[in-house]
Design a protein around this ligand. Structure first.
Ligand SMILES: NC(=O)c1ccc[n+]([C@@H]2O[C@H](COP(=O)([O-])OP(=O)(O)OC[C@H]3O[C@@H](n4cnc5c(N)ncnc54)[C@H](OP(=O)(O)O)[C@@H]3O)[C@@H](O)[C@H]2O)c1
Length: 249
């Protein structure tokens, strides 16, 4: 798909990986809307950086754990930037929880933010793109890229609600790839350790790197490349691209 002149929505696009993806799409020629929850200042900075690249940009606040309507976010984006053709579901939380201390609140927050929001955003996006395609309003095809995690397909015993919600995201990727074809491709990226959790020290990173076949942690640009590869392809759908340095093996 030609990204030049397209419009993308990146959830969680104000900070860290989501921000790198938003900037990567802008560098490839897309106008970009980002959603943020608490990072209002960083969202403004990301918007300014995209504008400085010569693309249009806008940020919308949306709390996926609260009173959130996916359709509103998609419509707001289209009102600001025109018909959407790319949706990247990157926003997520990653909170502790083993089998015996996971609470219902922890479970519900993970499933709301990490799975329910991506599903209903994809539904709203799918309706818009398919509707515009059928009515001839837009000849653009659509792409959804879900940012998953290798743990989704090789679950351990930690971060239970996070892992199960991400497993749902991988299943959703395959289901929607079938449901939304042929106009829309749906894929996922499964990163390994790219940006360590805030507060992680050098010793944590060295310990992690030693456990990874590539003997290092990844970089946001490696995830961006995977996203751009998926968006470039007109034939890959329902796929999961690992960006792990081999950790998932
Ligand atoms: N970092 C890694 O190495 C790594 C590894 C594997 C998978 N991943 C996946 O890659 C994606 C990005 O990871 P990251 O480390 O950059 O994430 P992060 O630093 O934890 O950032 C989380 C993002 O989700 C948004 N978010 C959190 N709560 C939200 C809510 N209630 N409503 C709406 N948005 C909310 C945040 O927005 P605000 O800041 O505006 O609140 C932020 O943009 C996630 O899906 C993560 O699971 C990351």
């Amino acid at each position: 798909m030609e990204l030049m002149g397209s419009t993308a929505l990146v959830t969680g696009g104000a900070v860290r990986l989501g921000r790198a993806i938003a900037l990567g799409l802008a560098r490839a020629g897309a106008d970009v809307a980002i959603s943020y929850s608490s990072s209002a200042g960083p969202a403004d900075e990301t918007v300014s950086e995209i504008l400085a690249l010569g693309r249009r940009a806008v940020a919308f606040r949306a709390d996926f754990g609260g009173d959130f309507r996916a359709e509103d976010l998609v419509l707001q984006t289209e009102e600001a930037l025109g018909p959407l053709s790319v949706l990247v579901n990157s926003a997520a939380i990653f909170e502790h929880g083993n089998w015996d201390d996971t609470t219902e609140e922890n479970w519900e927050r993970h499933f709301s933010i990490n799975l329910k929001a991506p599903f209903f955003l994809s539904q709203a996006f799918g309706r818009r793109v398919k509707g515009q395609f059928a009515s001839g309003l837009s000849g653009r095809r659509g792409h959804v890229v879900n940012i998953a995690d290798w743990r989704a397909v090789r679950p351990g015993t930690d971060h239970v609600a996070y892992t199960l919600a991400k497993a749902g995201l991988v299943a959703m990727t395959k289901s929607l790839a079938l449901a939304l074809a042929p106009e829309i491709q749906v894929n996922a990226v499964a990163p390994g350790i790219i940006l360590p959790p805030p507060g992680a020290d050098d010793a944590f990173i060295e310990r992690k790197a030693a456990q990874i076949p590539a003997r290092r942690v990844g970089s946001p640009e490696e995830v961006v490349k995977a996203v751009l590869y998926l968006l470039d392809s007109d034939f890959v759908t329902g796929d999961l691209v690992y960006v792990t340095g081999g950790e998932h093996l």
